[in-house]
Design a protein around this ligand. Structure first.
Ligand code: PPS
Ligand code: ADP
Length: 417
């Protein structure tokens, strides 16, 4: 029997999904299976011989129940159904099969400008089209104008210049800047110039170029110009968003050091600080959550979400939860880096014996007595980080010294001056 499931793909998968559904990835009509993925990577061809440059895949978690024959409604982060995948193959987490769009896509900025190839082909039919794919500002428009003129003379009946179609490859944080660049260029180009936003996630340069060619083709281009990628110079560290994320056992000293760090930063006054105090988070943002693995993960993701928003706007967020699971900490790191922020993981590595000796809140005694279930370090795991940017064992150390170690790291990294 066919079962129906739901899933929210990652941002990259959703961008690919949108291109599959719109026809911009023609002739692909669905996510690739393992054999096709292998064929594409090894030979640039699907198993049926069709040339295709890049894997376009969807991965579900191992415990997701979808099986071949099932249908999965793929949803955007806001919960709106984007497409239905009919699963034809599953190998590990990778699921393959055709996707069918469910109408207008609304998530992400500039949804109305992400017009599908068929609409643009119909609108521009009858004249040659020069497609320009771009990921940054177009510095030199004269080459585009000259190419459109030339194309009109050679490919068009009337000799009129080709219509210029600016395909703004907008994905992630830098997407809006690409769209602004396309709109600014349009104002300086012939009146009939079109701007279409295409959510093509960046890949390695050679593959990216081939995909651009495919997309330009799908949009009816007679010729394609790939505008050079912009040189991105990241702002100096003291202007970039930063998340200082403490992790460690209960009683290891996370909150004490975090508070000391906050005060030291406020004293300097050079950066604004958001301190996501663990207790405040548990009382407000994560009210009602337990200490099960699932709830702890949710707690950490919520903290990560808020911290990433702070970092997106160039702020500095300090977080100090236990965060016992490595994969969830890595997710937060990825969330922060995705928005252009830096992430500093501080492992407060005070050993269990010392934390238990301190037992400030009497919780270890209760946990030992079996009164608190799933207590980290006693009856629930703590996965030691192997990706800590700084490790501090506070045993026999005074608080100011511990705070000083973090301040030193921030100074060394250029985050504070
Ligand atoms: N079962 C269990 N395990 C661990 N800790 C427990 C538990 N039950 C209550 N507490 C108290 O909750 C504080 C940890 O909350 P966190 O939000 O930081 O935990 S987690 O990151 O979601 O794992 C932790 O506070 P800190 O001592 O400040 O770390 C404990 O006081
Ligand atoms: N060098 C140090 N750094 C941080 N805390 C220390 C240090 N030395 C002793 N402590 C004590 O250890 C305890 C740590 O508690 P807390 O900061 O609430 O830990 P956590 O937030 O990790 O549960 C406090 O009582 C603090 O005074």
């Amino acid at each position: 029997m066919t079962a129906n499931h739901d899933w929210t793909p990652t941002a990259h998968e959703l961008a690919d999904l949108e291109l599959l559904v719109s026809g911009a990835f023609q002739p692909l009509t669905g996510f690739l299976g393992v054999a096709d993925t292998h064929g594409v990577i090894e030979h640039g061809r699907l198993t049926d011989g069709t040339p295709w440059p890049a894997p376009v895949t969807l991965t579900l978690p191992d415990d997701h129940p979808a099986r071949p024959g099932d249908r999965v409604t793929l949803r955007d982060p806001e919960g709106a159904a984007v497409a239905v995948l009919t699963v034809t193959e599953r190998e590990g987490g990778q699921v393959a099969g055709p996707v069918e769009g469910l109408g207008a896509i609304e998530h992400g900025p500039f949804a109305r400008m992400r017009r599908p190839p068929a609409e643009i082909r119909a609108k521009l039919a009858g004249r040659p089209v020069l497609a320009v794919t771009m990921r940054g500002p177009l510095d030199d428009l004269s080459e585009i104008v000259a190419t459109a003129d030339e194309l009109g003379k050679t490919a068009g009946d009337s000799g009129e210049p080709a219509t210029i179609l600016l395909l703004a490859l907008a994905y992630g944080e830098r997407g809006p800047a690409v769209v602004r660049a396309a709109l600014a260029a349009r104002d300086r180009l012939p009146k009939d110039t079109e701007v279409v936003v295409v959510p093509l996630a960046p890949r390695e340069p050679a593959i990216d170029l081939e995909l651009r060619e495919r997309i330009a083709d799908a949009y009816g281009a007679s010729e394609h110009l790939a505008a050079p990628d912009p040189v991105i110079i990241p702002g100096p560290p003291h202007r970039r968003g930063l998340v200082v994320f403490f992790t460690g056992l209960s009683g290891s000293g996370k909150s004490t050091i975090a508070r000391g760090l906050r005060d030291a930063l406020l004293e300097r006054g050079s950066r604004t600080v958001t301190y996501l105090d663990g207790d405040v988070v548990r009382r407000l943002l994560s009210a009602g959550l337990s200490f099960s693995k699932a709830d702890r993960d949710l707690n950490i993701r919520r903290i990560g979400f808020v911290a990433a928003e702070v970092a997106r706007h160039g702020g500095l967020a300090i977080c100090a939860p236990i965060a016992p699971y490595a994969a969830t900490r890595a997710e937060v790191r990825a969330m922060v880096e995705e928005v252009g922020g830096d992430f500093l993981l501080v492992h407060v590595a005070t050993p269990l014996e010392e934390c238990e000796r301190r037992d400030r809140k009497g919780l270890y005694a209760k946990a030992r007595a079996g009164l608190i279930p799933e207590f980290t370090g006693i009856s629930a795991p703590y996965e030691e980080p192997d990706d800590a940017d700084l490790t501090i064992d506070t045993t026999g150390m005074d608080v100011d010294h511990a705070v000083g170690l973090v301040l030193d790291a921030l100074e060394k990294g250029g985050w504070i001056r």
